[in-house]
Design a protein around this ligand. Structure first.
Ligand SMILES: Cc1ncc(COP(=O)(O)O)c(C=O)c1O
Length: 341
């Protein structure tokens, strides 16, 4: 199968499996798993923050960040299309008791003027603004600009409001913006990064920030049932993600570009160019998406369709360069079969 539904489908590499077998283990709830410690130290160093916490998923990392930064009744400012708003089961309302104040994020980052307008003053009627949330890279494939992220960071600092980055694909954004991941993380108080997407680990995310924040986060992780025991077995794979897989993401971006250039030449397909920055290609089509999905699945290719006429093709470690030819051949055959009818 060539699985283009998401970069979350990546399987652990042989090197990861070997490292997992050989990992030195302890009980991480007692904070004595050396491999987890090494993973957390590595993440903190790469992202230039005081400390890090290994969590089972990106969702848990984001939710713990909201719990640790806010108090009940606060308002948090986030983008209209933020993962935290759309795909985290409304967890922020349940776990942190916060309101969402939604602002424009059509560039892939919060619109700075809308953000400023969203910060409410000191009035008996208003909730406090407890947190500003950015998503870098944005799930739409957009990345915004470093200038915009810096401006968001400035606004947060000037108003003394914490800023958290949902960086599920922060390392992809760093590649696309031609900068260091630490330059992006410097614009926020806390960042969550995922190991189990383009970085190919089987499980896991990391939350980074100041020591006191991570101490609080560790307790919330336990509260949510995310305190894991001999989890060095997973951290061992995570170390390979951070030390090695992070440096190959540009190949996935190149595969996405090559594919985009090919599919836009096929009748009935158009590439959303503004969303083509990382490893994902968003394509609109006049063809029947359900028919195309079924046809490709019969030929060993899986695709995701977030909307009726929109397809997302996600490129990652397990999609080989030579797979591109096969994918295009089947798409072209599908189109010719349809036009022959
Ligand atoms: C932008 C973004 N944030 C957070 C997450 C949540 O990660 P997880 O699936 O590990 O909970 C995802 C998952 O796809 C994501 O795309």
């Amino acid at each position: 199968m060539i699985d283009l539904r998401s970069d979350t489908v990546t399987k652990p590499t042989q090197a990861m499996l070997k490292a997992m077998m050989q990992a030195e283990l302890g009980d991480d709830v007692y904070e004595d798993d050396p491999t987890v410690k090494q993973l957390e130290d590595t993440a903190a160093k790469i992202l230039n923050k005081d400390a890090a916490l290994f969590v089972p998923s990106g969702t848990m990392g984001n939710q713990i960040a909201i719990m640790a930064h806010t108090k009940r009744g606060d308002e948090i400012i986030l983008g209209q299309h933020a993962h935290i708003k759309t795909y985290e089961v409304g967890g922020a309302a349940v776990l942190s008791g916060v309101n969402f104040h939604v602002v424009d994020d059509h560039t892939g980052m919060l619109d700075v003027e809308s953000l400023k307008a969203g910060i409410r003053g000191d009035d008996i009627h208003f909730p406090d603004t407890g947190l500003i949330l950015s998503e870098v890279a944005h799930g739409s494939g957009k990345i915004g600009s470093l200038k915009q992220l810096k401006a968001i960071g400035e606004v947060a600092k000037n108003h003394d409001i914490p800023h958290h980055i949902d960086g599920a694909r922060l390392f992809n954004a760093a590649v696309a913006l031609n900068t260091e991941a630490s330059t992006l993380s410097a614009q926020a108080d806390s960042v969550m990064v995922c190991l189990s997407k383009g970085l190919a680990s089987p499980v896991g995310s990391l939350l980074v920030g100041e020591k006191a924040f991570i101490k609080k986060a560790r307790k919330y992780r336990k509260m949510l049932g995310g305190g894991m025991r001999q989890v060095g077995v997973l951290a061992a794979a995570g170390l390979i993600s951070l030390n090695e897989m992070r440096h190959r993401l540009s190949h996935d971006h190149a595969k996405a570009q090559t594919f985009a250039n090919a599919i836009k030449k096929v009748e009935g397909f158009a590439v959303k160019e503004a969303q083509l920055n990382i490893n994902m290609v968003f394509v609109t089509t006049t063809h029947d998406v359900a028919d195309l999905t079924a046809y490709l699945a019969q030929h060993g290719i899986l695709i995701g369709a977030p909307k009726k006429d929109l397809i997302r093709f996600a490129f990652h470690h397990d999609v080989l360069d030579e797979d591109l030819e096969k994918i295009m051949r089947h798409i072209k055959t599908f189109v010719s079969l349809k036009s022959a009818k």
